[in-house]
Design a protein around this ligand. Structure first.
Ligand code: SF4
Length: 356
């Protein structure tokens, strides 16, 4: 939007001019100035929107009795300049032009109105498609900002294991909204170092809503009374300690933010920033991050690392199912080492698990 002291040369018409006459004038006009007699007169906004809709690409200038509160609506209607005159409060016009991030009506600028966003939020497939298009090539913070935009009406939560790479995602979330819920699956099988790291990192980042999710006590007593199911049936153990508790914890949550990356497993190789998963939206801001990029973020932000990383654990889960790896081995090699299992199941869905 241009803030003008004087109107440029061009065709001038009062906003009371019939549309046909305005369109005729616009045919030959590189500059068209619409004169407002009163700020309450909405006809100028309608004329501008119709002219833009019908293809007028010349300069469209508003002149006359207008208020700073109307700055954004003028721009959204298709005006690209306003004559303020000498001595106008330019800062007020600029402030009001930037004051609102959401829109209510669909007009020339193609911004998605709030009612439409809420509608899209109720149809996850369409919303996922739009968000993937909107954030194509965007960095992780922009993906997260899009996901956490309150006008979407989503109820999001972060899923974090507070493992080897967790601090990057959590630091990005904390930058935008440290009150975002963070779900931690307290399986009862974590390394003590992980529990201490969870506390220290949460405090450092100012995360205020850490939700510890535990297995159901009765199910645990029935299915795994000696806490050794992991020895004989790791899928059933993960189902008991991770998949079922997470199902319960996510009641009321419709968007889950994860730290998954394409490079981690074959199943994740084509991971997108946004995806649908069992009725929810899943958000993967770090989907294309390499290990080097991750490390650079740790260094730049001076983030504390998980203490076990320095002892040879590049990927960290429950202690019975996590081993240190040799230098040069794949980071995920130490997870369920020696078994065909590569995922605990929370990211695969219940239907994908063969739980006996
Ligand atoms: S990772 Fe191992 S110990 Fe943890 S829930 Fe799964 S099978 Fe059980």
């Amino acid at each position: 939007m241009q803030w003008l002291e004087n109107a440029p040369d061009g065709a001038r018409l009062p906003v009371a001019t019939p549309l046909k006459e305005v369109e005729a004038a616009a045919l030959d006009a590189g500059v068209l100035v619409l004169e407002f007699d009163a700020f309450r007169d909405g006809r100028g906004f309608s004329l501008a929107a119709v002219l833009r809709e019908r293809g007028y690409r010349g300069r469209l200038i508003a002149d006359g009795h207008l208020l700073p509160d109307q700055a954004r609506h003028l721009r959204r209607s298709g005006f690209d300049g306003v004559v303020l005159g000498a001595g106008a409060d330019l800062a007020a016009w600029q402030r009001m032009d930037a004051a609102f991030s959401a829109t209510y009506q669909p007009v020339e600028d193609r911004a998605v109105p709030i009612w439409r966003r809420r509608g899209l939020a109720r149809t996850p497939g369409a919303l996922v498609e739009r968000l993937n298009l909107q954030t194509r090539g965007a960095d992780a913070e922009s993906i997260l900002r899009a996901a956490l935009d309150p006008s979407l009406g989503l109820k999001p939560a972060v899923l974090s294991s507070f493992g080897a790479e967790a601090a990057v995602l959590l630091s990005l979330v904390a930058r935008i909204d440290p009150s975002t819920p963070v779900v931690f699956l307290e399986t009862g099988m974590h390394f003590l170092q992980t529990l201490a790291y969870r506390t220290a990192l949460s405090e450092r980042l100012g995360l205020s809503d850490i939700r510890l999710v535990t297995p159901d006590a009765r199910e645990r007593a029935e299915v795994d009374p000696r806490d050794d199911l992991w020895r004989t049936d790791a899928d059933a153990c993960c189902d008991l300690r991770k998949v079922r508790p997470l199902d319960r914890a996510l009641a009321g949550i419709d968007a889950v933010i994860t730290g998954r990356k394409q490079r981690q497993t074959a199943e994740r190789a084509s991971l997108q920033p946004f995806e649908r998963f069992e009725g929810r939206i899943r958000i993967n801001p770090l989907h294309d991050w390499s290990a080097e990029r991750l490390q650079a973020w740790y260094d730049a932000e001076d983030l504390p690392g998980h203490p076990l990383v320095a002892q040879g654990y590049p990927s960290i889960g429950c202690w019975p199912c996590t081993q240190a790896v040799e230098g040069g081995e794949d980071a995920r090699f130490g997870r369920w080492s020696g078994a065909a299992k590569t995922e605990c199941g929370i990211h695969l869905g219940r239907r994908a698990l063969a739980v006996g």
